[in-house]
Ligand binder design. Structure first.
Ligand code: C5P
Length: 229
C-alpha cells in the first residue's frame, strides 16, 4: 500500500468564497487552508510523493508555503488549468514514473483525518478506482431551467462524492486522455472513469470532510478543528 502519490488540485478561483483571492490561502487556525491539507499527506507513511497544482500567479506563494511548513514530500508545484480536470492532469504528469497508485484530494478539503485516510486506503486496496462519499441529508430534486421541479431522486442510493479519490495510474491517465481528446468535462476524476465505462467503488466518507467553498464553511471548519484540539 506504500508508494502512493498525491495530487492536490488547488488552482481554483474560489469565486464562491468572495475573498478576492484563492480560497486555499485563507487562514484556518493560524495556517492557510492548503497547509492543513498537505500536512495530512506529509504525515502518512503510505505517501511517498505529493504534487500541488496551483494557479500560475500562486506558484511562488505555494512554494514558500512548502518551504516554511517543511513539506519534504512535495516533489513539484505545477501550474493548473482552466478546468479542475486540466489541473489534475497536470499534477499526474508531474509525479515520478515509479508512482503507480494515485490519490487525488482537493486542496480545499482540510478536515480529512489521518485515521480516515488510512481506513480509506485499506478499504479501497482491491479496487482500481474508488472514492469517498457520504449519504445525502436533504431530499434532492431535479429542476428545469425555470426552477420547476421535475422529480425527486430516491435518497437511499444518493451519495455526495468527496475526495480522496484513488486510482491505478494507468486507468486515471487513460480517462484524462480520452476525456481531453473529445472535450468531455466532469467535476471530479471518478466521473471521467464512469463516462469511460470503468467501475468506480464508493466507500463511506466522513461528513466532516467538507470542501471549504463559502464563508459559512470556513466558520464550520474552525469549529470542527477547535473541537478536535
Ligand atoms: O471548483 P471546485 O470547488 O470543484 O474545486 C475543487 C478543487 O479543485 C479545489 O481545491 C480547487 O482549487 C481545485 N481546482 C483546480 N483547478 C481548477 C478548478 C478547481 O485545481 N481549474
Amino acid at each position: 500500500m506504500a508508494n502512493i502519490g498525491i495530487v492536490i488540485p488547488a488552482a481554483g478561483q474560489g469565486k464562491r468564497m468572495g475573498a478576492g483571492y484563492n480560497k486555499q490561502f485563507l487562514m484556518l487556525m493560524e495556517k492557510p487552508i492548503l497547509a492543513h491539507t498537505v500536512r495530512l499527506f506529509e504525515e502518512s507513511d503510505f505517501v511517498s510523493e505529493i504534487v500541488i497544482v496551483g494557479a500560475e500567479g500562486d506558484i511562488s506563494v505555494i512554494k514558500e508555503l512548502v518551504y516554511y511548513q517543511e513539506f519534504h514530500k512535495v516533489a513539484a508545484v505545477c501550474i493548473g488549468g482552466v478546468l479542475r480536470q486540466d489541473s489534475v492532469r497536470a499534477g499526474v504528469r508531474a509525479l515520478s514514473p515509479t508512482i503507480q497508485r494515485i490519490v487525488v484530494h482537493d486542496g480545499a478539503r482540510p478536515l480529512l483525518t489521518l485515521q480516515a485516510f488510512h481506513k480509506f486506503l485499506e478499504e479501497t486496496r482491491e479496487y482500481s478506482a474508488a472514492i469517498m462519499g457520504v449519504p445525502i441529508k436533504d431530499t434532492v430534486k431535479r429542476v428545469d431551467i425555470a426552477g420547476k421541479v421535475l422529480d425527486t431522486l430516491p435518497r437511499d442510493y444518493l451519495r455526495a462524492a468527496q475526495t480522496p479519490q484513488i486510482f491505478d495510474r494507468e486507468i486515471l491517465e487513460e480517462a484524462h486522455q480520452q476525456a481531453a481528446s473529445v472535450g468531455y468535462y466532469g467535476t471530479d476524476d471518478a466521473s471521467l472513469l464512469e463516462w469511460m465505462g470503468h467501475p468506480v467503488q464508493m466507500v463511506e466518507g466522513m461528513q466532516e470532510n467538507i470542501k471549504v467553498t463559502t464563508p459559512e464553511d470556513l466558520l464550520l471548519a474552525e469549529r470542527i478543528l477547535t473541537q478536535r484540539r
